[in-house]
Design a protein around this ligand. Sequence first.
Ligand code: DX5
Ligand code: ZN
Length: 219
Amino acid sequence: MERKIAASILSADLLHLGDELGRVRASGADWLHFDVMDGIFVDNISFGIPVLKACAGAGGLYLDVHLMIQDPLRYVDVFAGNGADRITFHLESVSDPFRTLDAIHRAGVQAGLALRPATPARAVLPFLDAVDMLLVMTVEPGFGGQGYIPEMTQKVREVRALLGDRPVDVQVDGGIDAATAPEAARAGANVLVSGSYLFRQTDMKSAVDILRRAGGDAV
Ligand code: DX5
Ligand code: ZN
C-alpha cells in the first residue's frame, strides 16, 4: 500500500489558517486530516462545516475528515457536500456502521472506520469488505499532543493481518513522530496522521520526508 502522510490541522495556528494550509501544501504532505469533535463522543469540541468549507475552498489538499461525533450518519451528506474526500467515523458511535459506510459511499467519498484504543482489532471483522480504510487510534481520541500508546502497535499488526490482501488503508492517529512512526509503519500502517510533530517544525517538509521513509516499505 502506498504511504500517505496526513497533517492534522488540529495542531495548526488557527489564527493563520490560510498560511498553515500553504505550509502543509509546500511540505508535500498527501492529505489534510480534519478532526471534528462534538464534546459528547469525546471531551473536546474542535471545528466543523464552515472551517471544512474554507479549507476546501483554499484548494489543493485531499481532505481526510475524522468524525469524533456521537451520530455520524446524520452528518455524512453535509460533510461530503462541503469538501470531504474521505470520511472516517467511530465504530463506537451510535450510528449503524453498515448504514453509515453505505451513506458515505453513496455520497461519493471514501469511507473509513475508526477504533478507540480499548476496542479490539477483531471488531473490524464484519466490515473488511465495506471500508476503504481502518483507523487504529494510537491515543485516546479528543486531544492532540498526547503520547503514542505502545500496545497499539500490536493492534495495527492484527488489523493488517485480518485484512489479508485487501487493498485497504490502515491509518494511525495520535502521537506519531519520528520515533513512533517506524514501528507503526512496520506493523502495517500505511497512512500516518501527525499533528503536533509536523506543525511544530520550522521545516515541515523534512519532517514529512522522515515520516514517509519511516520503517521502510513495510506494507
Ligand atoms: C486526536 C486526533 C488527532 C490529533 C493528532 O483525537 O484525532 O488527529 O490531531 O495529534 P498528534 O499528532 O499531536 O497526536
Ligand atoms: Zn484524528
